[in-house]
Design a binder for this molecule. Structure first.
Ligand SMILES: [Fe+2]
Length: 419
């Protein structure tokens, strides 16, 4: 019985489990660690997903990993000096883990992570020509986590984003567009279905990233990146876009052929310096309005052109940029588009099930591609029966009262209204 475990290690770490092609559980690590946008390996989510699927690590037949960051200890080091330094870090981490577990805390080590894209560059600098899969210590990874019967493979960041939307769009014939800040040096991809798999038509490098542009604006206005981008979308409604939109187009615009994005800046430091000067003395509202306008002016015509070129009327979208509801609304309103589907985990948390789906479509032994179905709900994590809630309340000595649903909704709404 094939059990496919999808793992996304990185920002918004997550895990998902498929048993015989059926999604059993999908959980963001932040829901269990209570750390927003949890960065790291999804220890808790993997354990909980397997528990919910009634499986143990040794039952996992396939482990699909997304290309983002990964614990450094699972890679061969490019030089002896780096290997010695890493061995020392690894020793300290293990000691800390043992002490914590002896103290009764969960022994989740604070992993030293390596960006796979950076690791590849490091190999190149160290005179090693091949990519990281050759230097990935798959056997050590399987030993440490007990996946001893699993086939392990990494899948490209944007391809996993694409599968995370395609598989649940409910439409076998849709255009799949992914846009985010960046993953493995890429910020955008256009994909079309080919026999239950996806064919990549175009990708754009991170240098012209719509997501990083929007993130820069978020930071420059004093908000938290990867978290408060929605505030820019909200503020945009109150500003005048025309004051700064021409200046911002130097950071993001559609290429002439309409297939990709471009920017005058090759590095993020240059772009941020330029933006800082451009927005000096301007209101948050006007800056936000221009950023939103420039994003829409790049992405919406791009999707329109792709839909026309491929003659597909349904669009599946993934990547953090599609958390932007205003942008999605404009895409949805295009006359060429009948329907859009934005995958609920549009950020990197979706890479866990995206990687599992990519592996199922990859012709791996014993697996077959999932048929695109319509996602009916997103209650894919642990459930807490009343008895468990009561036990937790008693343990925490919190006074509580049991109410009927009707009374409960009224009480909560009143409490919220009272501030
Ligand atoms: Fe991403």
């Amino acid at each position: 019985m094939p059990i496919v475990l999808g793992i996304h290690c990185g920002h918004n770490a997550a895990a998902a489990v498929y048993v015989e092609g059926k999604l059993q559980a999908a959980i963001s690590e932040e829901r269990l660690s209570r750390v927003k946008n949890h960065l790291g390996y999804p220890y808790r989510a993997v354990t909980e997903c397997l528990r919910m699927a009634g499986a143990e690590a040794r039952h996992v037949t396939h482990a699909a990993l997304s290309e983002a960051v990964f614990p450094w200890r699972f890679f061969e080091k490019p030089s002896p000096a780096i290997a010695v330094r890493e061995a020392w870090h690894s020793f300290r981490r293990d000691v800390r883990g043992r002490v914590r577990s002896a103290l009764g805390k969960p022994p989740y080590p604070k992993e030293r992570l390596v960006g796979l894209f950076d690791y590849e560059r490091l190999l190149y600098r160290a005179g090693r020509e091949a990519g990281y899969p050759r230097y990935f210590l798959a056997d050590r990874f399987k030993d440490v986590f007990g996946f001893r019967n699993a086939r392990v493979k990494f899948y490209p960041h944007h391809l996993t984003h694409a599968y995370s939307a395609y598989a649940y769009s409910g439409r076998p014939d849709c255009l799949v567009v992914t846009i985010d800040g960046g993953g493995f040096g890429i910020c955008h991809s256009v994909n079309i279905p080919r026999e239950k798999s996806l064919k990549v038509l175009r990708q754009t490098s991170e240098q012209s990233s719509p997501g990083f542009f929007y993130q820069d604006i978020t930071v420059l206005l004093g908000f938290k990146p990867l978290q408060h981008e929605g505030k820019i979308t909200g503020l945009a409604a109150y500003g005048k876009p025309e004051i700064l939109s021409d200046a911002f187009r130097r950071c993001l615009r559609l290429t002439e052929d309409g297939w990709s994005f471009e920017s005058d800046f090759s590095g993020s430091a240059d772009r941020q310096r330029y933006l800082r000067e451009a927005i000096a003395g301007r209101s948050r509202e006007d800056v936000s309005a221009a950023a939103q306008r420039v994003l829409e002016d790049a992405v919406v015509p791009h999707v329109r052109q792709m839909v026309r070129a491929q003659n597909l009327r349904t669009v599946a979208l993934a990547g953090g940029v599609f958390a932007n509801v205003k942008l999605n609304q404009h895409i949805c309103e295009l006359p060429e588009v009948d329907e859009i589907f934005v995958t609920p985990p549009m950020g990197d948390e979706g890479l866990a099930w995206g990687a599992a789906l990519a592996m199922m479509s990859d012709g791996a032994e014993g697996l077959r591609p999932a048929d695109p179905t319509r996602l009916t709900d997103v209650y894919l994590g642990p459930r807490y029966p009343e008895s468990v809630c009561e036990e937790a309340l008693r343990a925490a000595r919190v006074p509580y009262e049991k109410l009927s649903d009707e009374k409960l909704f009224e009480t909560v709404a009143t409490a919220l209204a009272d501030g």
